[in-house]
Design a protein around this ligand. Structure first.
Ligand code: MLT
Length: 269
């Protein structure tokens, strides 16, 4: 299959993305603090019918790092510029997980015409509480001082379900290796960006494109009730819950998630 890793100059940084296949564009936006590699099962599945674009966001994977703070809007602007330099003119199906979902709201706000459909996995629309912000800033400081190893193992129980932990230990190993390969500054900058993100909970009712919400039944960070509530607010939306999996549904249950995305895209495109 036609897959290539490209590097493009995007808003002053070098951004790396995996491009695979041909057909309507499907943009896969990873969660925190990961890289495009979390989407390998989706890339494999969709590349026969879509142009799959799976970037490493600023500060992650093999893309350049910005220090300080990287806002969700900055990530959305990077994605828009990446699509421009790749000459992707058709509106995209945007699929984002968690932080990739926070970025989706900004992308929708600033680049509505670039969107054909939205797929939101394990994410939420509201901003952080005061306590959440404090926790994030503490975590950013810890990572800056000691590196990603201090958080990687501790994050796993929040990322995957108990059942995935027991039956699919390769997933936790893979997640730990992705997190530990990420630069301190890159993690801290997006962590601060998430702490400062806008609240979209009163705006998502204005989304006017087909939207799919996917969530793991045991997602502790963005639980099914949160995703159902969002789905009920978006007019043309569907909800899909995957049993026995956690926050990383596309990695933990790739077959079920691919099928749900495929059904949705077949109906919507
Ligand atoms: C993610 O998976 O992207 C993170 O859990 C997002 C967050 O920390 O809120």
């Amino acid at each position: 299959m036609n897959q290539k890793l490209v590097e493009q100059k995007v808003n002053g940084i070098r951004m790396r993305a995996l491009i695979a296949g041909s057909g309507p564009p499907l943009l896969l936006v990873h969660g925190f603090p990961l890289s495009h590699q979390m989407w390998l099962p989706q890339i494999e599945y969709f590349q026969s019918r879509f142009t799959v674009i799976a970037p490493d966001l600023r500060g992650f994977g093999n893309s350049d790092i910005s220090t300080g703070i990287v806002t969700m809007e900055q990530h959305a602007r990077d994605l828009d510029m990446l699509l421009q330099v790749l000459n992707i003119e058709d509106p995209v199906s945007y699929c984002g997980l968690s932080m990739g979902g926070y970025i989706a709201w900004e992308f929708w706000k600033h680049f509505t015409d670039r969107l054909r459909t939205l797929i939101l996995c394990d994410t939420k629309a509201e901003a952080d509480s005061e306590e959440g912000i404090t926790q994030r800033l503490k975590m950013a400081d810890l990572v800056l001082r000691h590196g990603p190893e201090v958080i990687s193992t501790a994050m796993i129980p929040n990322l995957i379900s108990e059942s995935s932990l027991q039956k699919q230990s390769h997933i936790s190993e893979y997640l730990i290796s992705m997190i530990e390969a990420t630069n301190n500054e890159g993690i801290a900058a997006s962590q601060k960006g998430m702490a400062a993100r806008s609240d979209f909970s009163n705006q998502i009712k204005n989304i006017r494109i087909p939207t799919l919400f996917i969530v793991g039944s045991e997602d502790l960070l963005t639980p099914p009730e949160v995703m159902k509530q969002m789905c009920s607010q978006v007019p043309d939306s569907k909800y899909f819950e995957v049993s026995e999996v956690g926050h990383m549904a596309p990695m933990e249950a790739p077959d079920a998630v691919n099928q749900a995305m495929d059904d949705f895209l077949s109906d919507s495109l």
